[in-house]
Design a protein around this ligand. Structure first.
Ligand SMILES: C[S@@+](CC[C@H](N)C(=O)[O-])C[C@H]1O[C@@H](n2cnc3c(N)ncnc32)[C@H](O)[C@@H]1O
Ligand SMILES: [Zn+2]
Length: 371
């Protein structure tokens, strides 16, 4: 079947069912991910004009590589699957794009060649590719993780194995995934004296995507490790605390409700998940012609305003826990701000928000409007 995306045309094996293209080599549900990738590459090149080479490490149909090549990146597409490689070659040719195509295990390729930008887009966890990628990527590492159940603690053992960290299943599960992934990538990079700075990260429908600016310097690696810490979460009242540093000092009793059902997670990334200015640049770079332009810009806008507190709340879950009806999110946030706290929406869902107020303070600040 023929697919058009971001101004390029692809031929992929598969069928269109009810308007949705289904193919092992092309996932239409990742178009937002790819549109944001291209916008990020454009914004990043403005920031780092030296960046020229882009490795589409798991090319499949070659869609990322073709789109990057159409934008004048010096592209290498790699895939271990023979059919995928043939397809990527066809799709490059169909769009008059030039790129090097490699049929091999991308871990071997990354250990042999250095790239300015590496894009990891595997099925499931990216961690088997992290060492080769962080040590052989010069400037920008783009990573997708689709194994959200292990990342958020729903598949606990698998999460511990893949990420060498303890995830916990909480009401902020997608954000738990973001922070577990960033922690594991920061620790992988640190082993090669590389520091990571997440300049854009989002959790969207069953995947996490992050863009890490790399600095090859021991002190930068130390700075990234300084962003790690632990989270303690009360299962009874949803009170949570962030504990910076690698040595955990877990809460035994909840300071809010006195409960003892406390979950401890970590090491997680407690730092910022994006650079506000960079995200604004990405938003301004998204052209109207992209299929997901509106969604991509909206996501950037929310990310720009999102507070840096390491865990978001879900207004509906809080209200349910309190046995109170939820009101409009804007009124709820206005109450928080009126009481002197910071409050923002969060990109994890329509009822999610961030604040510097504790659960008890949120309840007090919003009580009059909810009763
Ligand atoms: C999720 S798909 C990539 C989708 C594509 N990047 C896109 O945006 O549509 C994952 C691809 O990784 C390839 N792959 C898996 N292990 C690999 C390895 N070790 N080296 C290179 N490619 C690999 C698979 O063959 C598959 O085509
Ligand atoms: Zn509690």
């Amino acid at each position: 079947m023929r697919v058009t995306e971001g101004g390029i045309e692809l031929e992929v094996p598969g069928e269109q069912t009810e308007g949705v293209e289904e193919s092992v080599f092309y996932n239409p549900r990742q178009e937002l991910n790819r549109d944001l990738t291209i916008a990020t590459l454009r914004a990043f090149r403005e920031r780092e004009p030296r960046a020229e080479s882009y490795l589409d490490a798991m090319a499949a149909s070659g869609v990322r590589g073709v789109r990057a090549a159409a934008d004048d990146w010096d592209v290498t597409c790699c895939d271990v699957d023979e059919e995928a490689v043939a397809l990527a070659e066809e799709n490059l040719e169909r769009n008059d794009c030039e790129a090097t195509v490699e049929h091999r295990d991308v871990n071997a390729l990354m250990h042999e060649e250095v790239f300015d930008v590496i894009d990891l887009d595997p099925y499931g966890t990216p961690m088997p590719f992290a060492d080769a990628a962080v040590s052989n990527c010069r400037d920008l590492l783009c990573v997708t993780a689709t194994d959200t159940a292990p990342l958020c603690g729903a598949h606990f053992n698998s999460g511990v194995r893949s990420y060498s960290a303890v995830p916990q299943n909480t009401d902020y599960h997608a954000e738990m995934g973001v922070r577990i992934l960033l922690s594991a990538l920061a620790r992988s990079a640190a082993r090669f004296d590389v520091g990571v700075e997440p300049i854009l990260t989002h959790a969207t429908s069953h995947y996490v995507r992050t863009y890490l600016e790399l600095e090859h310097k021991p002190t930068a690696a130390d700075a990234a490790i300084d962003e790690l810490g632990h989270l303690y979460h009360c299962e009874d009242c949803l009170h949570r605390e962030a504990d910076p540093g690698l040595i955990a000092d877990p809460l035994e009793t909840c300071p809010n409700c006195g409960g003892t059902r406390i979950l401890a997670a970590g090491p997680v990334w407690l730092g910022s998940i994006r650079d506000r200015e960079f995200v604004a640049d990405v938003r301004e770079t998204v052209p109207d012609s992209f299929g997901t332009a509106e969604k991509a810009r909206e996501l950037c806008e929310v990310l720009e305003a999102e507070l840096d507190q390491p865990t978001h709340y879900d207004q509906h879950k809080l209200c349910r826990n309190w046995g109170l009806p939820a009101n409009a999110m804007d009124d709820f946030l206005a109450d928080l701000r009126e009481a002197g706290y910071e409050g923002s929406r969060a990109h994890y869902g329509g009822t999610t928000f961030k604040t510097d107020a504790s659960v008890a303070e949120i309840r007090e600040a919003t009580a009059d409007s909810l009763d």
